[in-house]
Design a protein around this ligand. Structure first.
Ligand code: AMP
Ligand code: MG
Length: 481
């Protein structure tokens, strides 16, 4: 049984895309098939694995009822506006309503050149495709909204990326691919009718109860993003390229390129080789999200109120609401991580206090919370081992002990909020290298298995909790093209 597509984007948004076909892959081979997602979508894995299924998933032969298309969008990239980006190496194959009744996009990344490709070759290679697969699954298991992969396939082509690399396609599933940049595309062209049509479509898809309420829609996107960014911060996730074209309306994390999880704590931590000024550093993510949402708000002004000043006032209020909402989600999550029940006046300062100490000593962020959980369970050795200067930890611990009270913190509750396993940079690199350079998928599968149950430490996975070995050195990520 193949896909049962129902393609609203193609049907309702004529003029927002170019109908397009992918390149025919010479020898499509399945590398990873996500059985959970296939099941959610009601897709038969035997079909997906068949020659027909593999041709569909690499873009070369769309199934009968698909409506493959390349979407138009614009975007601020590192603060500078590009009026036309669009799907330069991707296609929306179609939409499927899943078993739970949710509409999901099936989207192919790496399927060949499109009218939006500019200088690019439209292709993707195996390493970055596997990286996106892994990161999406890790984020999902951590409870963070994200696009996910249905499948990763090699195409049988060799693609030149500083030497020949195996060509690959990621079949991605998302609750939509509407981006802040999609709105910017039509706003920049002054196409007010199209903008209203797009907003109506987005509202119908994500906030149907808000039909006709464009300010309410803006606020809903702001709330989703505030919660999302707080969740990123809780696990030390650094997106790496928070351009407005990489920010969704749905509130899902999208476009895993140079992203990475922080090891040693620091507001200033950056891994992306192209982010030389640290615009998208860990600690900047909330401010950048708000900046991006201000760009979305600008596109909606004409819909929010007839009077421009009134529209600006309302939109500004909405955008200003981002930070308090972010802080609220962030604080709630941080309290849970630290085992603080209820809400008390000094919580903010208590949290800031330990982060300051951690930043000064570059303490491993993930390990800290696991060790504090052990501390709550009566074992103080792991926590003390993480700090080179123990005095500031001891001072802080005294404050923490007073705050959690005589009965102590609930270690089991803390363990459920603090992952043992995150996609540590050295593990991700080793898994991708083995797969892309040596065709050995075993390290990838073992890492994926750890990351899909991040809160449940298991025998045989001890090394997955450890920081990178000294000789791993400073880490840099690259845009996954
Ligand atoms: P990204 O950095 O992946 O968010 O991509 C930014 C823009 O560049 C999007 O319009 C992509 O479709 C486009 N792009 C990225 N890589 C390629 C490529 N290899 N060929 C064509 N377009 C690309
Ligand atoms: Mg992108």
């Amino acid at each position: 049984m193949g896909f049962r597509f129902d393609n609203t984007y193609a049907r309702d948004l004529d003029g927002f895309y170019v109908p397009w076909a992918g390149d025919k892959a010479p020898a499509p081979a399945m590398v990873l098939l996500n059985h959970d997602i296939a099941d959610e979508l009601g897709l038969d894995t035997a079909y997906l694995n068949s020659p027909e299924g593999r041709a569909a998933l690499t873009g070369g032969a769309a199934p009968d009822n698909a409506a493959p298309l390349a979407q138009a969008y614009a975007g601020h990239q590192f603060g500078g506006f590009s009026p036309q980006l669009g799907d330069g190496r991707a296609l929306l194959l179609g939409e499927v309503v899943d078993k739970a009744g949710h509409r999901r996009d099936i989207y192919l990344k790496g399927s060949g050149r499109t009218p939006f490709s500019r200088g690019g070759d439209g292709k993707a290679v195996l390493g970055p495709v596997l990286r996106e697969y892994l990161m999406g699954e890790a984020m999902h298991a951590l409870g963070i909204p994200t696009t996910r992969a249905l499948a990763a396939l090699t195409t049988g082509e060799e693609i030149n990326r500083e030497g020949p690399k195996p060509g690959a396609v990621l079949a991605r599933v998302a609750s939509s691919h509407l981006r802040v940049g999609t709105f910017q595309f039509f706003a920049a062209r002054g196409e007010a009718d199209k903008l209203r049509q797009l907003a109506d479509y987005a509202i119908a898809r994500h906030d149907p109860e808000l039909a006709g309420n464009y300010l309410g829609f803006l606020e809903a996107v702001i709330v989703r993003q505030a919660k999302l960014i707080a969740q990123w911060m809780h696990v030390g996730f650094i997106h790496g390229v928070m351009n407005t074209d990489n920010m969704t309306i749905s509130g899902e994390t999208i476009d895993y390129g140079p992203c990475a999880f922080m090891d040693g704590y620091g507001e200033d931590v950056v891994f992306s080789s192209i982010d030389r000024n640290g615009r998208y550093a860990y600690g900047n993510q909330p401010v950048i999200a708000q900046w991006n949402l201000a760009r979305l708000a600008e596109t909606l002004l004409g819909l929010i109120a007839d009077d421009e000043n009134e529209a600006i006032r309302l939109a500004t209020n909405a955008v200003n609401g981002f930070m308090p909402k972010f802080r609220e989600h962030w604080l709630t999550g941080m309290r849970a991580k630290l085992g603080l029940t209820g809400a008390q006046q000094g919580d903010d300062a208590l949290i800031a206090g330990i982060l300051e100490v951690m930043q000064a000593q570059r303490v491993d962020y993930t390990q800290f919370f696991r060790a504090l959980t052990r501390q709550a369970a009566g074992d103080s050795a792991p926590l003390h081992a993480l700090f080179s200067d123990g005095a500031s930890l001891t001072t802080w611990l005294a404050r923490w002990e007073i705050r959690v009270g005589p009965s102590g913190a609930d270690a089991a509750a803390m363990a459920a909020r603090n992952p043992a396993y995150i996609p540590r940079n050295h593990l991700v690199e080793a898994a991708l290298n083995a797969a892309a350079k040596h065709g050995d998928m075993a390290p990838f599968h073992k890492l994926l298995s750890a990351l899909t149950s991040p809160y449940a430490p298991r025998d045989g996975f001890e090394a997955y909790e450890l920081a990178a070995p000294q000789d791993f050195g400073p880490y840099q990520t690259f845009c996954g093209t």
